[in-house]
Design a protein around this ligand. Structure first.
Ligand SMILES: NC(=O)c1ccc[n+]([C@@H]2O[C@H](COP(=O)([O-])OP(=O)(O)OC[C@H]3O[C@@H](n4cnc5c(N)ncnc54)[C@H](OP(=O)(O)O)[C@@H]3O)[C@@H](O)[C@H]2O)c1
Length: 344
């Protein structure tokens, strides 16, 4: 009997030093396998889209496993177990983990986790997933946010940024988000409770920062880099904490070619006068504290203080398009791909 087939997206080319193209991806059929002992076969329901996936394709993300052209696209997702070789994960269980861009992968059960209690798949990949953890550790542990602080977050209407702003409010801080376009700024203030938002496309960021942060910025949470980071550095309060989470303004540049990179910050010397610190971090370094972070994020999500802002694209064949949306600045909140409706 002919094997049943599934679809998978493979890496066809490395997008180093340029924007993603359709030809960087190849859709291919592969046989569906039966799980061995300790494994499960999962039907993928949702995939998370993350800027770092472009870095994984380029092989520049030194902290990630190396990729080769022809490999299945790496990616985190939520799926339903449809065949099981382990008692603890019977068929029907919803699981979260590194599924890759494939419709029905077989995965070692040890690499999967259950969704936090009561958390829907969309939030399990966003506000109460890696995205939420990134915001949580970056703001609370690295940024050491305090009640009364003024927090400025760049990429504020993106996945991480939208959570950072809400966590800052929960911590009793004032928060100003920087995002591209009036619609995104509207969402930040009206839907997510940010105190103010700056539209970097149409407003003078430094002038607005002066007005909105009269005593300076206590925590600058940067997802973007380039000129927005520089604007923030010019406005630091004494003892400020600058948290470098990401630098999406440079992700289409070849890091080996200085001419392609955004210019380095002009205002870094202000760190000296303000006795500020600049710290980078990787969420993975906090792995031992994930359980505690998930518990707190899930509680805030359940009581309505942490909203899960998601941007959902439908259809497995749309996966490359969904990833490209991040770099086209199209997403509002966490970009997800829905492959199948979740039924109870
Ligand atoms: N350190 C860690 O452990 C860690 C973990 C997860 C993510 N990250 C990083 O955190 C950052 C945010 O990640 P995310 O998942 O929340 O993504 P995201 O913010 O949802 O990313 C997409 C958004 O970035 C902005 N953007 C895209 N291209 C840009 C450009 N050339 N210049 C300026 N802005 C641009 C756009 O927003 P606007 O329209 O508002 O410009 C776009 O909607 C990324 O840099 C990511 O790599 C770090």
């Amino acid at each position: 009997m002919a094997a049943r087939m599934q679809r998978r997206w493979l890496i066809a080319d490395r997008p180093l030093g340029r924007a993603l193209r359709d030809t960087d991806f190849r859709l291919a059929d592969a046989p569906v396998h039966e799980p061995g002992a300790g494994q499960v076969r999962v039907r993928t329901l949702f995939l998370s889209l993350d800027p770092s996936q472009k870095g994984f394709m380029e092989n520049v993300a030194s902290y990630a496993q190396a990729t080769a052209t022809g490999d299945v696209m790496p990616g985190t997702g939520v799926g339903r177990v449809v065949a099981s070789g382990i008692e603890s994960l019977p068929s029907g269980t919803l699981v979260r983990g590194e599924l890759g861009w494939q419709e029905e992968p077989v995965i070692d059960a040890s690499r999967l986790t259950l969704l936090p209690e009561g958390v829907p798949p969309t939030a399990a990949l966003g506000a109460v997933g890696m995205t939420g953890r990134t915001a949580y550790f970056g703001l609370l542990h690295v940024g050491r946010v305090q009640p009364g602080d003024t927090v400025v977050v760049t990429g504020a209407a993106g996945a991480v940024g939208s959570i950072v702003g809400q966590l800052a409010r929960i911590a009793g801080a004032r928060v100003v988000g920087i995002a591209g376009g009036p619609d995104k700024c509207h969402v930040l203030v009206r839907e997510l409770g940010f105190d103010a938002a700056i539209d970097y496309r149409s407003e003078k960021v430094r002038t607005r920062m002066r007005a909105l942060c009269p005593s300076g910025i206590d925590v600058l949470f940067d997802n973007v880099g380039g000129s927005l980071l520089d604007d923030g550095l010019a406005r630091l309060a004494p003892g400020a904490r600058v948290v470098i989470c990401g630098a999406i303004a440079r992700y289409n540049a070849d890091p080996r070619d200085a001419a392609q990179l955004p210019p380095g910050p002009q205002n870094y010397f202000n760190v000296v006068f303000t006795r500020s610190t600049i710290s980078g971090f990787l969420v993975q370094h906090f792995e031992s504290q994930y359980v505690e972070a998930d518990r707190r994020l899930a509680a805030w999500h359940a009581d309505g203080r942490l909203k899960s802002l998601v941007d959902v694209i439908d259809g497995f064949e749309q996966a490359p398009r969904a990833l490209m949306r991040l770099f086209e600045r199209a997403n509002v909140g966490k970009q997800l791909l829905r492959i199948e409706e979740v039924t109870a």
